[in-house]
Design a protein around this ligand. Structure first.
Ligand SMILES: Cc1cc2nc3c(=O)[nH]c(=O)nc-3n(C[C@H](O)[C@H](O)[C@H](O)COP(=O)(O)O)c2cc1C
Length: 183
């Protein structure tokens, strides 16, 4: 799958098949995370791979909107040293993981980290030193189907040429933003 296809076909997947992910594929996915851009090339990230079912369950239980982590084949936990741009750097690595997984036909979902009440509990459970922040939890697994795309904003809602021009956002879109669980 080429890069553009991969970006366009990525979806959050929250249901997984009971099928192993090979070590080779897993290593390549982490390699893609390792190669992400970071401010000043500091690379503040480290990655914890969780396979143990009991640990997956414990992490799932700590989260609010990540209970499906318990059903994943693995969960990659992205942590970053508390540097100036840790969140941006860790987010770039997270997206690389999701895209690399998609290229291997593996589904995954970005589950929130740093801004959540549970982040310290997760870090403690995983024995992560105090100077690290939780960026994301990424459950991964093969899936039956990639879900149908969520509604995405149209070009005319998000695109400007030369300078910002105030636009009227469609009412339907306003409503869906207002009702979003994650805001
Ligand atoms: C920073 C961030 C935090 C997210 N946290 C969660 C989460 O806690 N639980 C969840 O199910 N999805 C989470 N998501 C996934 C979004 O819900 C998902 O990306 C969005 O609904 C669009 O769907 P798509 O990724 O399939 O296009 C998160 C995504 C981002 C970028």
């Amino acid at each position: 799958m080429d890069a553009l296809d991969c970006i366009k076909k990525r979806r959050c997947v929250r249901q997984y098949l009971d099928r192993e992910i090979s070590q080779e594929i897993l290593k390549d996915i982490i390699d893609c995370a390792r190669l992400a851009p970071s401010a000043n090339n500091i690379q503040p990230w480290e990655f914890i791979i969780i396979k143990d079912k009991e640990m997956l369950r414990k992490i799932a239980c700590l989260t609010d909107y990540g209970t499906f982590i318990k059903d994943a084949t693995i969960c990659i936990v992205v942590v970053c040293k508390d540097t100036k741009y840790f969140l941006e750097d860790g987010s770039a690595a997270t997206e690389n993981i999701l895209l690399a997984a998609r290229a291997y036909n593996i589904g995954g979902c970005w589950v929130a980290g740093d801004k959540k009440k549970y982040c310290n509990d997760v870090l403690k459970l995983l024995n992560v030193p105090r100077e690290y922040k939780l960026i994301s939890l990424i459950p991964l697994g093969y899936c039956k189907n990639f879900p149908t795309p969520h509604e995405k904003k149209e070009f005319n809602e998000i695109l400007h040429f030369e300078k910002y021009i105030l636009k009227n956002i469609k009412d339907k879109r306003k409503e869906s933003i207002k009702n979003s669980r994650f805001l």
